[in-house]
Ligand binder design. Sequence first.
Ligand code: GRF
Length: 192
Amino acid sequence: KRIAIFASGSGSNAQKIMEYFKKSNEAEVSIVLSNNPDAYVLQRADNFEIPTHVFDKKEFRDTDEVINILKNLQIDLIVLAGFLWLVPKNLLAAFPNKIINIHPALLPAYGGKGMYGDFVHKSVLANKETESGITIHFVNEHFDEGETIYQARFKIEPGDDLEMIKFKGQQLEHQHFPRVIENLLKKMKSNL
Ligand code: GRF
């Protein structure tokens, strides 16, 4: 099985996924794509000798270039790991039920347009929540809305600040995301 990762930034999740599948027989990460030519995730992909592709908004929205690249590589699963753009309809249609995302909160709470990065955790803090978590979900034409695949939660203790909440969420993401991807790929295989 072949995975494509889309990421816009640092790519710490992408790093964990590339490490995990380097050692797995289930799948390989075949390409890393980004909308951001300066994203550190591209450096990380280079370190694993995984090919990369950078696209701009016009290419992504108005052409089939990205789809053609993914189809040529026979990609089975597209993983959004900190990817900030909405996925256009043509890409969704080309890979039905094969695009997943990770979100640093317990959806449907704290999701939607504008709910990304620190703003998610700041909102959780402002509302004095006693827990938060992560959600891995299928991607549809709206931000953070497709069917949930997996959630994990953590407690927010009195005194936890933004950094602590971010850290707890990131630990959960790194711990679970690669394994959830592997399970999904196994299920896809048994459905053939
Ligand atoms: C993660 O918190 C993820 O939930 C969100 O974007 C962040 C990406 O972090 N969608 P990184 O680039 O993997 O470090």
